[in-house]
Design a protein around this ligand. Structure first.
Ligand code: FCB
Length: 466
């Protein structure tokens, strides 16, 4: 029996500027923290960088036409801050705005709904040199940038996301250092988390005042589905700690205007949180129209006596933990088959998240703004790319979304990560998440079988399940 999705359900794919655009020095763009990081030896596998990426900056018209041909109805992309404000402050660069205008016009003329993300991790390097997200001023700079983009694109973009996955920016960028800017400082990571929250709130206010009333505002979080390894109280407490550091550190201020007390207690050794100033929580808690949820794999934890030593946290390898204040927590591989990222597959995690946030924020519509899988895709002799594992992954996760909708969750859309194979952060080009295969030598695009399959689901709004 096929599952039917609501007629207005948004079927999309997602990308991010640094991962696909290339043209790193074109039209006034200056380095972001990801340019600096990827050009630092040893930071990204094989020394890969986003200098050229999949050259989307020059090929966006063809990429949009391909999306339309596949049947995709919506497209989530991010704006490169360094194209708009090369120094991270001051007036906007017209050529930078023109690119995103041309992109959105192209989308709209193909009947594709744009979803614009303002920040997908690529802070202008000058702002990092001035202290980066651990510094309060960065939040104000972000709001200024948001205002520029809103003024230029507010007439054609209705769906706006402030930040993508602030957990990664704060804790992988400043804690474990596997992401740009590669700092390993617990206090900096916690300060960054707060200033990202503040940046979100200030940007949301700036967007509201610059955008027409029909605009809808969102943030994309990547909440961890934290599971205790056993029901031993010590393991349950480990899960509580990670839930605070992964989830509630963002969702509590953003949705409820408070920080969790247990987070303060767990991190007391690192900070007294005096960087949270009077009025910040009101600034952070802005009315939202959509909550974006990104989900890939669950997190299993237990209490541990010895958690020293390098470890794989799913995003890279570091001697430093991305969980400040969570010493004594061990991470375990969840059951389930693995994708090429070694991420266990468990679609019930997506169901759990959708149910959690629909209970926690009643009346706030949800969207899955990222979900997908990497596999070792290769063209066959006829040049075709068959990826049945990806189809199975997406089918299972879409069935979980459908189950959540049936159980009462108000889920408005799903964005497959990713449209194209691309620069997968510290893994460089070694991991392929695309529905469309990219030959990086020739930049040829070949839709994988999953792209055709997904396009059909998008066109019909129906999902065949066994
Ligand atoms: C998410 C990121 C996205 C991509 C996927 C695989 O955390 O937002 O850019 O790297 O993971």
């Amino acid at each position: 029996m096929p599952l039917s999705f609501p007629p207005e359900f948004l079927w999309g794919t997602a990308t991010a500027a640094y991962q696909i655009e290339g043209a790193a020095q074109k039209d006034g763009r200056t380095p972001s923290i990801w340019d600096t990081f990827s050009h630092t030896p040893g930071k990204v596998l094989a020394g890969d960088t986003g200098d050229i990426a999949v050259d989307h900056y020059h090929r966006f018209r063809d990429d949009v036409a391909m999306m339309a041909e596949l049947g995709v109805k919506a497209y989530r992309f991010s704006v490169s801050w360094s194209r708009i404000q090369p120094t991270g402050r001051g007036p906007a660069v017209q050529r930078g705005l023109d690119f995103y205008r041309a992109l959105t016009d192209e989308l709209l003329s193909h009947g594709i709904t744009p979803l614009l993300t303002l920040y997908h991790w690529d802070l202008p390097q000058e702002l990092e040199d001035a202290g980066g997200w651990p510094e309060r001023d960065t939040a104000f700079r972000f709001a200024e940038y948001a205002g520029h983009v809103a003024e230029a694109l507010g007439d054609r973009v209705e769906l706006w996301t402030t930040l993508n996955e602030p957990w990664c920016s704060a804790f992988l960028g400043y804690g474990s250092g596997v992401h740009a800017p590669g700092r390993t400082d617990d206090l900096a990571a916690l300060r960054a988390a707060h200033h990202l929250n503040l940046g979100h709130g200030l940007a949301a206010s700036a967007l509201r005042s610059a955008l027409p009333a029909r605009a809808r505002l969102a943030i994309s979080l990547n909440p961890a589905v934290v599971r205790a390894k056993s029901d031993d109280p010590a393991d349950v407490d480990a899960a509580r700690r990670i839930d605070a550091l992964a989830n509630r550190v963002f969702s509590d201020p953003i949705l409820h205007g408070r920080y969790p007390e247990d987070l303060f207690a767990d991190t007391a050794r690192i900070t007294d949180w005096s960087f949270v100033q009077d009025g910040d929580l009101q600034r952070i808690r802005q009315p939202l129209d959509v909550l974006g949820i990104n989900y890939y794999t669950p997190t299993v934890v237990s209490a541990a006596t010895d958690t020293d030593g390098p470890r794989q946290d799913g995003h890279g390898v570091s001697d430093y933990s991305p969980w400040p204040g969570a010493d004594g927590v061990a991470f375990h591989r969840a059951p389930g088959e693995l994708t090429a990222m070694d991420w266990p597959i468990d679609a019930s995690g997506l169901y759990d998240l959708l149910m959690r946030y629909s209970a926690e924020a009643p009346g706030l519509p949800l969207m899955v703004t990222e979900n997908g899988a990497a596999y070792e895709d290769k063209p066959d002799d006829a040049g075709q790319v068959h990826d049945p594992e990806r189809i199975a992954y997406v089918r299972d996760h879409l069935a979980a979304v459908h189950r959540a909708i049936r159980a009462g969750a108000d889920v408005r859309g799903y964005f497959l990560w990713s449209l194209l194979d691309n620069f997968e952060w510290s893994y460089g080009y070694s991991k392929r998440f695309g529905a469309v295969y990219v030959d990086y030598e020739t930049q040829t695009r070949t839709p994988k079988s999953s792209a055709r399959w997904y396009g059909e689901v998008a066109r019909t709004g129906r999902l065949d399940v066994e």
